[in-house]
Design a protein around this ligand. Structure first.
Ligand SMILES: Cc1cc2nc3c(=O)[nH]c(=O)nc-3n(C[C@H](O)[C@H](O)[C@H](O)COP(=O)(O)O)c2cc1C
Length: 425
């Protein structure tokens, strides 16, 4: 399941160099849960192999009006689509679409749809600036077609200028927006309307320009939480030391940090506006007092590294939380799991501690799997036996959602009590 689950998208690919970027667009849409039917023009086949879209799309590529078994091939795709997205769109496609020609499967699909249409033109600057092309674009936009880009930048053959296709992430964002506008529905999912902040990965505290004190956290559990929250409709802020592998769902802001101090400032700055905080990162408790300007060499004897405590982010959040905010801490332990976790639960002012025994096989750091116990401030205990980290994320987010709901109800009750006491503050 993803935010686009159940949505049918026809992805039209035409014959320009930027066709290779449509591969990335296809992947992202499928990852988001959409059913993607790729349609390639004969021109597009000169630039990208159909096997690529066959493999990445949700059904085999179609290229022609004449090779489908369906009796009415020219209308089937367009009629069944929730969105038709053309990327890249050549000057030829824009012209034919504007004038209502339907010589190939893609233009026939465009004419046979009532779904929203998003088009990402790409061509050399001279072509893009031709009055005929500009007029086609203006007419199509006037008819309600969404144009994404093009942008200024590097073009095929080393030229630079206007006409470069928009980036895949921006095209996908436009597709999301167009789909949202189709039926006016709220984003799906039980976390819609909530902002969830997730921290992920182990921090690195520099000793000198080449060495650091770090830990074995890979960010996988934090990223699984961010992905699960996004898929369930939350707006997600993912503060991570492993940004290269962070989930890139629309609606997710990924903030790359390295040290405990950077993580603290990224989290504390955002905290007042978030509903749920999941502190899954392994944040260093200590950092070197001095950071050498140059690499510490072997010859100078064994260096002494003096350490000082870092900011205790979780405790600080626990002291400043307000309203219905939910705070979830994580505890990686090797001994006395429950006892240590219970102590952390009380000490940090959080709603829930998710504790794992990282000395157990396949649990925690670097693994795809985890086994955790959830300790709630209300005394509730939930054991999650060894399973995929995404499954752990599901259970944690279920618990966080329920706590948030309870906090909101509590606030409503408090407000009603105050009102009945004549307290108007
Ligand atoms: C190397 C090469 C690159 C091209 N790049 C583009 C382009 O970026 N945009 C464009 O509109 N046409 C471009 N063309 C021209 C189109 O491929 C040509 O107009 C073709 O007929 C378009 O077919 P289609 O729209 O059916 O895919 C390029 C042609 C070649 C040979």
């Amino acid at each position: 399941m993803g935010p686009l689950a159940g949505r049918r998208i026809v992805l039209g690919v035409t014959g320009g160099i930027a066709a290779y970027k449509a591969v990335e667009v296809c992947r992202r849409l499928v990852d988001a849960g959409a059913h993607v039917a790729p349609v390639m023009t004969e021109g597009a086949l000169h630039f990208v192999g159909r096997a690529t879209f066959d493999a990445l799309g949700s059904e085999p590529v179609q290229t022609s009006l004449w090779d489908e078994l369906h009796p009415i091939p020219h209308t089937r795709l367009g009629q069944g689509a929730d969105l038709v997205l053309v990327c890249p769109a050549t000057a030829r496609l824009l012209s034919d679409y504007r004038t209502g020609r339907s010589d190939d499967l893609l233009t026939a699909t465009l004419l046979a749809t009532r779904a929203p249409v998003v088009v990402a033109p790409a061509m050399h600057t001279e072509m893009w600036e031709q009055p005929s092309v500009a007029e086609n674009v203006a007419v199509l936009a006037d008819r309600g077609v969404t144009m994404v880009g093009p942008v200024d930048g590097r073009l095929a053959g080393g030229d630079v200028g206007a006409g470069r296709m928009a980036e895949p992430a921006d095209i996908v964002a436009a597709a999301f927006e167009a789909l949202g506008a189709t039926d006016g529905s709220e984003p799906a999912g039980d976390l819609a309307g909530l902002t969830v902040l997730v921290t992920a990965g182990g921090t690195r505290e520099p000793i000198c320009p080449v060495r650091f004190i770090g830990n074995r956290s890979s960010g996988k559990q934090g990223h699984a939480l961010a992905a699960e929250a996004a898929v369930r409709g939350a707006k997600v802020q993912c503060i991570t030391t492993q940004s290269a592998s962070a989930p890139d769902y629309p609606g997710t802001e990924v903030v790359a940090v390295e040290t405990a101090a950077e993580m603290a400032s990224a989290v504390l700055e955002r905290f007042p506006l978030v509903d749920v905080v999941l502190m899954a990162a392994a944040v260093a408790d200590f950092r070197p007092v001095e950071v050498a300007d140059h690499k510490i060499k072997k010859g100078g004897g064994v260096p002494e590294i003096r350490l000082e405590p870092t900011v205790d982010i979780l405790a600080q959040l626990g002291r400043t939380r307000a309203g219905s905010q939910v705070l979830v801490g994580f505890a990686a332990e090797t001994d006395d799991l429950r006892q240590n976790a219970a102590q952390k639960l009380q000490a940090k002012g959080v709603d829930l501690i998710v504790a794992n025994d990282v000395s157990a096989p396949q649990v925690g750091f670097e693994h795809e799997t985890n086994a955790v116990v959830l300790l709630g401030i209300d005394g509730g205990i939930t054991e999650v036996p060894l399973c995929d980290k995404r499954e752990v994320a599901r259970v944690v987010l279920d618990a966080a959602r329920d706590i948030h709901q309870a906090n909101c109800e509590q606030m409503d009750d408090d407000g009603a009590d105050r009102a009945s006491n004549g307290d108007d503050t």
